[in-house]
Ligand binder design. Structure first.
Ligand code: FAD
Length: 619
């Protein structure tokens, strides 16, 4: 262990992950904590890290309250409808009432915003989206974080949270390693804000072999946001609510601007509107939810998936009409050049010019995240002025571990935050973390050297394992005494794909399959004790895999617990095919006991705060 130098850093606010939520948290922590020591630790480099690394073409969450375009209540209703009723409305409202101020700051900081020439307002792409020239979106928000933090550490992967040894259930910081130097880093901190993004690559992706690594969600989002809190016994919510995306085939190019701005539409291989065909069948499954406007995302997926199973594919996006307009054609291409260049390259390689050929769409493998049209993540306290008692324990966005906060994809129950809402949630979490410190809740934290040293041994163990086990390699990379990160990842992806509702089964699972999946995940967990890493990059892969595996266990436990099909099109419980509002109009909350590794699950009421308040006012 001597070869891995140890660095200690003591601070007040530690932000884990410098993506959208992490940069928001770092910026806001400085606003409220002028004299505090604020550190942000990022696995990549914050200038180009996270889901927004390559840039975006639209900010997907902007109310436009200054012009009376939307109010926070409208956004709560929208998110509730899209998630089939299951959201934390206190969190959603809180984000929505603050998100415009975040966007106005982006504008001040130089993010090029498109303007409507007639009204002078931000140019709308849809009811919630505004259009930007967003190639430099991430460097712009990173600059704000860099100017706010005492120090930004790049290239350090956080692997474990430290716990206070003086007071039970209180966080004490985090540890990780530098993936370039191999140094061990200890951050003893009064508060920790986890903002480490969502989880891709836990389900087997459509792109395998030569295309492996191509996914819709960022491939480097490896579920640390979930594994770090799960490992210390924090409660999680809605982890069954994985998301499946309808995207352009092979390149995962986004469809939002196409539907909303270019007004393109989809059809089956015979040129028919297949969504209509599946209306009655969907109504059988979910009742009146199919009549809601807009149609919930999962139900649109459902029609797509059923049509494909029935032999109506491939499904196409009709672009040949819109692309005859030179302006719309330009917008169509620019949409990719600002965000998903790979889609343009895929089309070029397949001789597809969308002006003359309607490109194919596909449904993606599932992802776990908390900021898009889905809301998996940590169970957090809401704001004091909005949250009912079950949803409030003192500090906004604090997890069920004292001093541990979350934002962005980390936080469950609050869907449709997107980039601007995630940054906003980071700000809300940081404000609360500073208050927690000022209220003297973080006094007397004790983290012993032993706790840190034990983690150091655990972190570098895969290097030691490989050192010994490589001598037993029988051929290629096959050794009886170690498993490589890629072997472990592919095994994990197959388990999740085949048993937990991935593409192999058209997103279908059931109680028996889930039970078997859990057994296989437990054996994988045992084998991951023997994961070997030949260098520091593989060491990162090993820890990414361990975080993915723990996240997957939690997803599987939740999927087993919810005995209904709440979101057909995201996944199906074949043994409970119908939506069941009588028994399952509730949020699911889990906790893994850190000592035994066993999960326990409970139902928690879902409160429809917005319309309840209105009903009360009216009566
Ligand atoms: C393809 C795609 C298109 C999108 N399009 C839009 C759009 O058009 N408009 C819009 O508003 N939103 C869009 N979004 C959503 C938006 O990008 C996310 O909502 C937002 O980035 C979530 O913020 P976050 O901070 O939670 O995660 P991220 O921004 O992904 O940040 C997470 C950070 O944590 C770091 N990290 C991870 N693990 C660790 C670890 N163990 N230690 C240290 N650091 C770690 C990562 O490197 C990363 O920098 C899109 C997302 C995707 C994937």
């Amino acid at each position: 262990m001597a070869k891995h130098k140890t660095h200690y850093e003591d601070c007040d606010v530690l932000v884990v992950g410098g993506g959208m939520a992490g940069t928001g948290a770092t910026f806001e922590a400085r606003h409220w904590g002028r004299d505090m020591k604020i550190i942000c630790v990022e696995k990549a480099n914050i200038d180009r890290s996270g889901a927004v690394a390559q840039g975006l073409y639209a900010i997907n969450c902007y109310m436009g309250m200054q012009w009376g375009e939307n109010q926070p209540e409208d956004h709560v209703r929208y998110a509730r409808n899209d998630l089939m009723g299951m959201v934390r409305e206190d969190l959603g409202y809180d984000m929505a009432r603050h998100v415009d101020s975040t966007v106005h700051m982006f504008d001040e900081w130089g993010l090029p915003m498109m303007k409507n020439e007639k009204t002078g307002r931000y140019l709308r792409e849809g009811k919630w989206q505004i259009m930007i020239h967003g190639e430099s979106y991430k460097p712009i928000v990173a600059e704000a974080a860099k100017k706010s933090a005492d120090k930004i550490y790049n290239r350090i992967m956080i692997t474990h949270l430290l716990m206070d040894e003086a007071q039970e259930n209180r966080v004490g910081g985090a540890v990780g390693f530098n993936m370039r130097t191999g140094d061990f880093h200890v951050f003893r901190s009064k508060t920790v804000i986890v903002a480490a993004g969502g989880a891709s690559h836990i389900f087997k992706p459509r792109a395998v072999g030569e295309g492996m690594g191509r996914t819709w969600y960022a491939p480097w989002s490896n579920g640390s946001a979930y594994a770090l809190p799960i490992a210390v016994g924090a409660k999680m919510t809605q982890m069954e609510n994985r998301i499946v995306l309808c995207r352009f085939k092979d390149g995962y190019g986004p469809v939002g601007a196409y539907f909303l701005h270019l007004k393109t539409y989809t059809q089956n291989a015979n040129g028919e509107n297949y969504e209509k065909k599946w209306y009655d069948q969907t109504k059988e499954l979910v009742g009146e939810y199919i009549d809601h406007h807009p149609t919930p995302t999962c139900l649109r997926n459902h029609a797509f998936i059923q049509e494909t199973i029935a032999g109506g594919g491939p499904i196409h996006m009709v672009t040949t009409e819109a692309f005859q307009d030179p302006h719309l054609e330009t917008v169509g291409w620019e949409n990719f050049l600002g965000m998903t260049v790979g889609q343009a390259v895929v089309w070029a390689s397949q001789n597809i010019d969308p002006k003359y050929t309607n490109p194919e769409l596909t449904t993606s493998e599932p992802y776990v995240m908390g900021s898009h049209a889905t809301c998996s993540g940590a169970w957090v306290s809401g704001p004091e002025d909005l949250s009912p008692p079950e949803y409030f324990w003192g500090y906004n966005r604090m997890l069920t571990i004292d001093g541990l906060f979350g934002a962005g994809d980390t936080v469950g129950g609050s869907a449709h935050k997107f980039s601007s809402g995630s940054f906003t949630e980071g700000r809300l979490a940081a404000k609360a973390a500073v208050k927690y410190i000022n209220d003297k809740k973080a006094d007397g934290i004790k983290v012993t050297d032993k706790q840190c040293e034990d983690f150091k041994v655990a972190i570098f163990k895969p290097l030691e394992t490989y050192q010994v086990a490589q001598n037993e390699i029988t051929g290629g990379t096959v050794s009886p005494s170690y498993i490589s990160p890629i072997q472990g990842l592919q095994r994990l992806q197959r388990i999740m794909d085949e048993y937990v509702g991935g593409i192999a089964t058209n997103y279908m699972t059931n109680g028996n399959m889930l039970k078997r999946g859990l057994e296989l995940l437990t054996w994988l967990e045992e084998d991951l004790e023997k994961v070997g890493a030949e260098d520091l990059h593989q060491l990162m892969r090993a820890w990414e895999l361990k975080h993915r595996a723990l996240t997957s266990q939690c997803v599987t436990e939740h999927t087993m617990f919810r005995e209904e099909t709440r979101w057909p099109g995201y996944y199906y419980r074949g043994d409970h095919m119908k939506l069941d509002d009588d028994n399952w109009h509730c949020l699911t909350v889990s906790r893994r006991d850190p000592k035994t590794g066993k999960f326990s699950l409970e139902k928690v009421p879902v409160y429809h705060i917005v319309d309840e308040n209105e009903k009360k006012k009216a009566s």
